[in-house]
Design a protein around this ligand. Structure first.
Ligand SMILES: *Cc1c(COP(=O)(O)O)cnc(C)c1O
Length: 234
């Protein structure tokens, strides 16, 4: 691993290569810097490399950094969100990537209404059918997307998945392809589908394969910052 600056150049180069391979360009892909356990000063270094979207998976950690960071990033909530914490983040994040129950959607809608905003969300799909992971089953994703239509203060933007950890990223290619199919199915089945445009898949270990299979949003932590240290992190 190099410095944050070197890693950022490397990741962007890889993203661009994969984008071109699939008939797109670097600007078609949103690269999220996953900043969990990282210091605010390291986040600011990454921001200054041109990575202006950050993802956090814990509400408390997000809130701390939100108040402290001396930049103005696009914030994404990418981890499991408890309904009782929606109120803290509703007007602070641009995209909630981890909607996976109607009770959570209900609360997001209610809080968005109260704040006078429309909340952008992705449906989290448990594409690898792993009991350890959150997300709805791919088979029920279309119905779930239809169920979200009744919430006037929620805007469905697309899908997100956390694929299984694999040594060889090729082993996730089929699952990314399956995600792509679910995405296409939802666009077909939802009438008001102009906003459904985001397919958030791919992390440090597999973002290139994910992009080749149609991802247009990748979430990269380790690839920028190196291994996370959970013991001393924050
Ligand atoms: C931690 C995390 C990532 C980034 O993982 P890396 O392997 O470090 O790139 C992406 N998405 C979610 C939801 C995460 O929790």
């Amino acid at each position: 691993m190099g410095s944050i600056e070197e890693n950022a150049r490397e990741v962007l180069k890889n993203v661009e290569r994969a984008a071109i391979k699939s008939g797109r360009t670097l600007s078609d892909i949103t690269v999220i810097g996953v900043t969990k356990t990282q210091s605010v000063s390291d986040m600011e270094r990454l921001f200054d490399c041109g990575i202006t979207s950050f993802g956090e998976n814990k509400v408390q950690e997000f809130m701390d950094k939100y108040g402290e960071v001396k930049r103005n990033p696009h914030w994404h909530l990418i981890g499991h969100l408890q309904t009782n914490k929606v109120k803290y983040i509703i007007d602070k994040v641009e995209l909630i990537q981890s909607v996976e129950s109607l009770s959570l959607a209900e609360e997001i809608n209610k809080r968005a209404q109260k704040a006078g905003i429309i909340s952008n969300v992705l449906i989290e799909v448990n594409i690898g059918d792993e009991s350890s992971k959150f997300g709805i089953q791919p088979e029920t994703a279309v119905q779930f997307a239809k169920d979200l239509e009744k919430y006037s203060n929620i805007c469905l933007k697309g899908l997100m998945c956390v694929a299984p950890f694999v040594e060889n990223s090729e082993n996730n290619r089929e699952l990314f392809r399956k995600m792509r199919h679910v995405f296409v199915d939802i666009k077909k089945e939802i009438n008001d589908n102009d906003n459904i445009s985001i397919l958030s898949m791919g992390m440090t270990n597999d973002y290139e394969v994910a992009i080749e299979e149609g991802s247009n949003m990748v979430r990269v932590g380790t690839g920028f910052f190196g291994e996370r240290n959970y013991r001393t992190g924050l």
